[in-house]
Write a protein that binds this ligand. Structure first.
Ligand SMILES: [Zn+2]
Length: 465
C-alpha cells in the first residue's frame, strides 16, 4: 500500500497523491513570536518535522512553508507591556524559536514568511473577498460574513445554522461557542499605539487568520497538497483559513489536512496555573538532553495524545544509549562476513520501517524495526559475524533512518569517541614512561565520564559503565 494519511478534511485515511508528481507543497502554522515556545508547541513542530523528513525519505521534493506570526493581539499586548517596538520584541522570539528548533534538530524549512512582510498580500486577499461578496465593514473593521460561505463549520464538525446573523468577533482567538463573523482587517484603535498600516482598507492591521490564507497561497499556489498544525487550530483558525482562501479564489484550498494531537504533562492539560507548564529551556535546565526530548516528542503517534512525563523522559536515555553503544560496536566490528544473513536483516527491517511510516506515520513499529535491527545485528557481532567492510552497510542504514528520526547524534558520538581515544593514548604513553600516577589520573578521568578501561595484551579496550 502506498503512503497514506488521515485527512481531517474527509475524516478518513487516504492515499497520498500530490498535485505534481514527486513534489509536495506543505504549509504548517508556525509560532506566534510573543514568548518562548513550550513543549506542547514543540510536539507539533516535531510532528511536522517527521512528516517533512519522511516525505523526503520517500523521494518527494518538499517545499515547506512555516509562517511567523509577528503581529496579532498577543504580540502587540506584550510588546507594549515591555514598552518596546513590536519588531524588536518579536525579533527576540523569532531568534529564540530558531535556536530552539536547532537544539531539537528540527530541519529548517524552505521558507519562513513573516506576517508583517506580507500586509499588501493580505489586503489583496481581503479585496478579493469583498469583490466576491463575503465581507462587510463595521466600525471601520472588515469582517468575513460566514453565512456567505455555506460550508462554514463543516471542517470543525460545527453546526452554525442557529447562529445569529451579523454577530461578530473582533478577537484573534476564540472558542467554538463564539463562532460568528470574524475579523479580517482591524481598524486602528489607540490600544494599538504605533502598530498600524495605511492601506486601501483604512488605517489598521490584519486579523490573525488572514495571514495564513494569503501567505500559503502566495508561495504554494491557490490549491496545495498538505496543511498541518495542532488540533487546537482546527477551529477557528483553519476553518477561517478555508473560508478566506476558498472565498477569494473559488477553488479548493488544501487537499490533505493533517493535525497533531495535544500534549499532556503528567496526565494533565499543561497550564501555568497547574504548575506543569514547561518551555524547552526549562527542561534542558533540569539536565535533560535535547535528543532525549526529541525522542519522547516523536515516539507517540501524532494522532494520539502524548503524555509527557519526566519518568518517560528519563527512560529515553537508555534507548539512546543502546543506539550509541551499538554504533560503537559496529565501528569496532572485525569478524567473519555475515553475508546473506545481514542482507536479509537489512531488507526485512527496512521493509518494516517504511511500511509502518507509510501507514499514517505509525511511529511505534518503525522504532520497533530500528531496535530489532540493533538486536539482530548486535547478535551477529557478539557471534563474531560482522566483517569490517560490512559495518558501513549497517551504519549507512542507521544514517538513512536517522534522516527521518533525527535523534541519533553520530557526530557527537564520534567526537566523544575521539576524545576517549585521545585520553587512552595519553595514558598508554604515560604507562610506557612508567608514569603510573599520570596513568592512574587519566583512568580516573575517563571513569568519571563513564568509561571503563581494560588492559589487554594487544592494547587497551574500553566500554561504557
Ligand atoms: Zn495558520
Amino acid at each position: 500500500m502506498a503512503l497514506h494519511f488521515y485527512n481531517t478534511l474527509t475524516r478518513r485515511v487516504q492515499d497520498f497523491e500530490p498535485l505534481a508528481e514527486g513534489k509536495v507543497g506543505m504549509y504548517v502554522c508556525g509560532p506566534t513570536v510573543y514568548n518562548l515556545a513550550h513543549i506542547g508547541n514543540f510536539r507539533a513542530y516535531i510532528f511536522s518535522d517527521l512528516l517533512r523528513r519522511y516525505l523526503k525519505y520517500r523521494g518527494y521534493e518538499v517545499f515547506h512553508v512555516v509562517n511567523l506570526t509577528d503581529v496579532d493581539d498577543k504580540t502587540i499586548r506584550d510588546s507594549q507591556a515591555e514598552n518596546i517596538p513590536l519588531k524588536d520584541y518579536t525579533d527576540r522570539y523569532k531568534k529564540a524559536y530558531f535556536d530552539d528548533c536547532d537544539t531539537l534538530k528540527i530541519e529548517p524549512v524552505e521558507m519562513y514568511p513573516a506576517a508583517t512582510d506580507h500586509i499588501p498580500d493580505m489586503v489583496r486577499t481581503i479585496e478579493r473577498l469583498t469583490e466576491n461578496g463575503h465581507t462587510y465593514v463595521s466600525d471601520g473593521s472588515v469582517y468575513f460574513k460566514i453565512d456567505t460561505f455555506p460550508s462554514y463549520g463543516k471542517f470543525a464538525n460545527l453546526d452554525v445554522s442557529g447562529m445569529r446573523s451579523g454577530a461578530r468577533i473582533l478577537a484573534d482567538e476564540y472558542e467554538k461557542e463564539d463562532a460568528r463573523d470574524f475579523v479580517l482587517w482591524k481598524a486602528w484603535t489607540p490600544e494599538d499605539g504605533p502598530v498600524f498600516w495605511e492601506t486601501s482598507l483604512g488605517k489598521g492591521r490584519p486579523g490573525w487568520h488572514i495571514e495564513c490564507s494569503s501567505m500559503s497561497q502566495k508561495y504554494l499556489g491557490e490549491t496545495f497538497d498538505i496543511h498541518g498544525g495542532g488540533v487546537d487550530l482546527i477551529f477557528p483558525h483553519h476553518q477561517n483559513e478555508i473560508a478566506q482562501a476558498e472565498g477569494a479564489t473559488g477553488k479548493p484550498f488544501v487537499r490533505y489536512w493533517i493535525h497533531c494531537e495535544h500534549l499532556l504533562v503528567e496526565g494533565q492539560k499543561m497550564s501555568k496555573s497547574a504548575g506543569n507548564f514547561y518551555t524547552l529551556r526549562e527542561i534542558l535546565d533540569k539536565g535533560y538532553r535535547p535528543m532525549e526530548i526529541r525522542y519522547i516528542l516523536l515516539a507517540t503517534h501524532y494522532r494520539q495524545q502524548l503524555n509527557f512525563t519526566f519518568e518517560g523522559l528519563k527512560a529515553t536515555r537508555g534507548a539512546l544509549e543502546r543506539l550509541s553503544d551499538f554504533v560503537r560496536n559496529v565501528r569496532l566490528a572485525d569478524g567473519q562476513p555475515a553475508g546473506e544473513v545481514l542482507n536479509k536483516i537489512l531488507g526485512q527491517r527496512e521493509n518494516e520501517f517504511v511500511t509502518s511510516l507509510d501507514d499514517d506515520l505509525n511511529i511505534s513499529p518503525a522504532l520497533g524495526a530500528v531496535f530489532n535491527f540493533v538486536r539482530d545485528v548486535g547478535r551477529l557481532i557478539s557471534d563474531g559475524k560482522l566483517a569490517k567492510d560490512e559495518s558501513s552497510k549497517v551504519l549507512d542504514k542507521l544514517t538513512a533512518w536517522n534522516r527521518v528520526l533525527g535523534f541519533m547524534d553520530f557526530e557527537e558520538e564520534a567526537l566523544a569517541e575521539e576524545e576517549v581515544a585521545r585520553l587512552i593514548e595519553k595514558r598508554t604513553e604515560a604507562r610506557e614512561k612508567k608514569n603510573w600516577a599520570e596513568a592512574d589520573r587519566l583512568r580516573k578521568e575517563l571513569e568519571a565520564q563513564g568509561i571503563l578501561l581494560e588492559d589487554r595484551p594487544k592494547g587497551t579496550i574500553w566500554k561504557r559503565k
